[in-house]
Design a protein around this ligand. Sequence first.
Ligand code: ZN
Length: 151
Amino acid sequence: MDAELKELYQQVILDHNKNPRNFKKIENANHFAEGYNPLCGDRLNIYVELEGGRIKDISFQGSGCAISKASASLMSSIVKGLPVEEAERLFEKFQAVITGKITDEENIEELGKLAVFAGVKEFPSRVKCASLAWHTMIAAFKQEEKSVSTE
Ligand code: ZN
């Protein structure tokens, strides 16, 4: 990855960390899950309003490192309005990219803005920071009451 692109990616992460999108509790949420990443101490609550198999609204609250927060912010702005199955497919792809299972440019580009996290594959300890929001969202879809741990 060239330095300019890396710089751009870093800016996207910094921006979402500083001004997180959908950082609130939505009143009409009908799905909820708590996520925890003990390796880093990231804690996220994900609120989802599902309607007819579609993500009508999604938000998050919590505290954590820049990567976990930026990932939750980007995820929420990207999956809002998508059918649940599509969000699940996106998660599988995202997971494959950040763990280095998918490395070809074409596949990574398909992730759009989410591609900013492709670089975490070089830092195995940060993979869980980037995926915490996603794991928690998937748990919220299933409306599991218990907390989610990445361990
Ligand atoms: Zn973290």
